[in-house]
Design a protein around this ligand. Structure first.
Ligand code: CA
Length: 370
């Protein structure tokens, strides 16, 4: 927070007392207009559009929690109202709506906007890339957020990390996956770089918003879908449309969501409200991971014991083929786009530094805990 934020009220207070005590004026007489004071009294009303159904657990809690935190911390000076997917704009139009100012703010996932820039995908999930903890480290202490700001600045947007789901599940399949052959012709909802990976192995990737997954899977217009993990997948009832639930989530090892703010609206805010938005987003970012950590395990138990879901580990040779295809897809993406290359170089350098330590800290500890 800026110095001004802390010292400003003190200055106002001192000026007030010196005027009252030295001149003996009434409060009406000494009330000189003060531009900064007026900005502090101005009320801002923002619409926050999301790519999720309203109040969807985890993903949809984040924008609600953000709105509540901002409203409370600003004492109502910044009022944020959340709109679920389709309430104001369809899920896949959130980026454009905020970019052009139809809504001041949005919540979604950067990889939905790969059509705008392939570089955006690296800010959500890189197949076989960083986990949630490492991703937060890259964004906030490894230069990731600065690159994200540079990219989104071209679209009149200011991005913030908007919560992580942690490692996801590989998804729901209506047949067993025993070999790479089983991926051939598989029509699967799987966005971002991972979709291109599936395509390379003969599958047919589809991008659909969450709200359309159940019907698409149940009617057979797709054969498989990834969504998030037990907590969210149970809510959508995906177990009623497919029997096999595969792990690990190679495609989204620490899926990072985003808050986006229209740059013109951001620039209108006084510094203290900018600080409130910044720290509320940061708190909500961590809170989402906390929520998933607490809820996924109970949901998985329910899926297995109550609904008879078959939980399966993807075969090692399938994972190996996916990893090889991921490396190729990433190499092609960064060869085509200079900014994607710049982002990936930063991501890769951070990965090379952080992974050896994760091996002897988190991973070694998890092994030891067994
Ligand atoms: Ca996902």
């Amino acid at each position: 927070m800026s110095k001004r934020y802390f010292h400003y009220p003190l200055i106002v207070l001192l000026s007030y007392f010196s005027l009252v005590f030295l001149s003996g004026c009434s409060s009406e007489e000494q009330a000189a207009p003060n531009v900064a004071a007026e900005a502090k009294q101005q009320t801002f009303k923002w619409k926050l559009v999301t790519t999720w159904p309203k109040h969807f657990p985890g993903l949809g809690s984040a924008p609600e929690n953000f709105a509540k935190a901002v409203n409370e911390m600003s004492n109502g000076r910044l009022q944020v109202k959340v709109f679920g997917a389709k309430e104001l704009v369809p899920a896949m139009e959130v980026f454009d709506a905020v970019s052009r100012g139809a809504a001041e703010m949005g919540h979604g996932a950067a990889y939905y906007w790969k059509g705008k820039s392939p570089a955006s995908q690296f800010f959500t999930a890189v197949p076989f890339g960083l986990n949630a903890q490492e991703m937060n480290g890259w964004l906030h202490y490894g230069g990731g957020l600065e690159l994200w700001r540079e990219l989104y600045g071209q679209f009149n947007l200011v991005p913030f990390a908007g919560g992580s789901t942690g490692v996801q599940m590989a998804g729901w399949f209506n047949k067993e996956i025993n070999s790479v052959e089983d991926l051939k012709g598989l029509k699967m909802r799987i966005p971002g770089l991972a979709g291109e990976v599936l395509e390379r192995l003969g599958g047919i990737p589809v991008t659909l918003p969450g709200g359309e997954l159940f019907t698409s899977l149940q009617t057979g217009s797709i054969d498989a879908t990834e969504w998030v993990g037990p907590y969210n997948d149970l809510t959508f009832g995906l177990h009623k449309a497919a029997k096999y639930y595969y792990y690990p989530g190679w495609h989204e090892p620490g899926a990072m969501l985003e808050f986006i703010v229209n740059k013109d609206e951001w620039n209108k805010l006084p510094d203290d409200l900018k600080a409130i938005v910044t720290y509320a987003a940061r708190a909500v970012n961590q809170d989402m991971l906390d929520e998933y950590t607490a809820r996924n395990n109970a949901a998985l138990k329910e899926l297995v014991s109550k609904h008879g879901v078959q939980v399966r580990h993807l075969p090692e040779d399938v994972l190996k083929a996916l990893k090889k295809a991921s490396d190729e897809v990433i190499a092609e993406n960064i060869a085509k786009d200079a900014f994607a290359k710049k982002v990936y170089e930063s991501f890769k350098a951070f990965s090379d530094d952080v992974i050896p330590y994760t091996e002897i800290s988190e991973k070694a500890y998890i092994e030891a805990r067994k």
